[in-house]
Design a protein around this ligand. Structure first.
Ligand SMILES: Cc1ncc(COP(=O)(O)O)c(C=O)c1O
Length: 409
């Protein structure tokens, strides 16, 4: 066995794998909160990205379980097609774009959740060694996926001094990467960005389209729009769909779709990577590349889950029921968002514009210390670079005053 740099005992692992963190930091914090609660402490666990009822139980949609029950066992038990059942992919495309012209230029592959869609975008639209571009606050696994596949992640300053999305910083980031590596993969998570809660509005999107359109004239530019929280956006929030089509045919367009939040099915691992490509030849190439990546990673996805989600998206009655059930959960979340915004403003907390979604960030130059102090008071939140992430999805409405007090302290 060999000694790897920084490792004191011999290991058979390759150097890159010899010093990996054993647990995701957020899951580790969550586990600590659960353990302290088990020992009888009055703990407020605002760490994890799953929507909880106000009584602390995981929120679920009964219609989803009805859909699971409807799937014949002999279909569920069979291998799914490598890229996913065609009816499933069509249902996801309809969920994103309706039946209009955009749907006609969409192709995709099934993935285990949105995570798998991010993986496919990274390995097919960046060469080894190249970096993806995302905002300065980002979902941690983007970096893990990039590292694990021999790519990197670089960021642009996400917020301008006036608190808006920093289009000029994005422009500089895109230009720099285009000059350095000759291609760009931009990853944006909106609506309801994790970890800040920010949703790009029409003005932000006009800026993004402008930046990407200009860059795409000089090299291959792709946008991965991570729509993990799409179904929990405020009802008026369709900005992405009003602007993204302007990029079709100019920039590569990829969409990470997932049932994890949309159907409160985090464990089913049902998702898709959908691409919009008006050119038929390029569309076929992208479809082939995505399918190849499925075979080269997880082979095929959870057949039972995909068949159930197809039923949910295709059977009008079940579709209506799941929408109604989700609307109740959106209402629950909206109440928490309104209460948080009100109390946070009064306590002088600095947050981005926050109209809905699972998370919000509270800006802080001493995030680690603030989280440590909150933890001493039994309030668990997640430290980030320059901010603290608060999972309102997991915070009962009645606990929001306690949460804000801990964050203000
Ligand atoms: C920003 C973001 N993208 C993607 C995902 C993907 O989740 P999943 O793989 O469960 O669909 C998550 C889940 O927490 C997320 O927060």
């Amino acid at each position: 066995m060999e000694l790897s740099e920084g490792i004191l005992t011999p290991t058979r692992l390759i150097p890159e794998a010899a010093d990996r963190p054993g647990d995701d930091p957020i899951f580790a914090l969550h586990a600590e909160a659960v353990e302290r609660a088990r020992r009888g402490e009055d703990v407020l666990n605002s760490t994890i990205g799953a929507l909880m009822e106000d009584d602390g139980r995981l929120a679920v949609l009964p219609s989803v379980f009805e859909a699971f029950r409807r799937v014949p066992p002999e279909r569920a038990a069979a291998y799914a097609p490598i890229s996913g059942p065609p009816a499933y992919l069509s249902a996801v495309v309809r969920d994103l774009f309706g039946d209009g012209p955009l749907a006609a230029s969409a192709v995709g592959a099934a993935t285990p959740g949105g995570t798998g869609a991010c993986h496919h975008a990274i390995v097919n639209f960046l060469q080894p060694g190249q970096a993806l571009l995302t905002g300065s606050y980002f979902w941690g696994p983007y970096k893990i996926l990039a590292q694990h596949t021999g790519r990197r992640l670089v960021t642009f300053e996400m917020f301008a001094p006036d608190g808006r999305f920093h289009v000029e910083a994005l422009r500089r980031g895109v230009e720099r990467l285009l000059a350095e590596q000759g291609r760009v993969l931009l990853v944006l998570n909106t609506p309801c960005h994790n970890p800040t809660g920010y949703s790009l509005d029409d003005e932000d999107w006009r800026g993004v389209v402008d930046v990407l359109t200009a860059a795409a004239e000089r090299g291959p530019v792709s946008l991965l729009l991570d729509l993990a929280y799409l179904h929990f956006a405020p009802p008026h929030d369709g900005a992405w769909l009003r602007h993204v089509p302007d990029l079709a045919g100019r920039a590569g367009l990829l969409f990470a779709w997932t049932a994890s939040k949309a159907f409160a099915q985090y464990g089913a691992r049902v998702g898709a990577c959908i691409a919009l490509e008006p050119d038929a030849e390029e569309r076929q190439r992208v479809k082939n590349a995505l399918g190849f990546s499925c075979r080269g990673t997880w082979s095929n996805c959870n057949h039972l889950g995909m068949l159930a989600v197809t039923e949910l998206l295709s059977d009008p009655e079940l579709h209506r029921r799941s929408d109604e059930e989700r609307d109740r959960l959106r209402g629950l979340l909206a109440e928490r968002v309104a209460a948080f915004n009100d109390l946070a403003r009064r306590a002088g907390l600095r947050t981005p514009r926050y109209e809905g979604g699972f998370f919000v960030a509270v800006f802080s130059s001493e995030a680690e210390a603030l989280c440590a102090r909150a933890k001493q008071r039994g309030v668990f939140v997640v430290p980030l670079q320059g901010a603290v992430r608060v999972a309102l999805c997991a915070t009962p409405a009645a606990a929001i005053p306690r949460l804000v007090e801990a964050l203000a302290g």
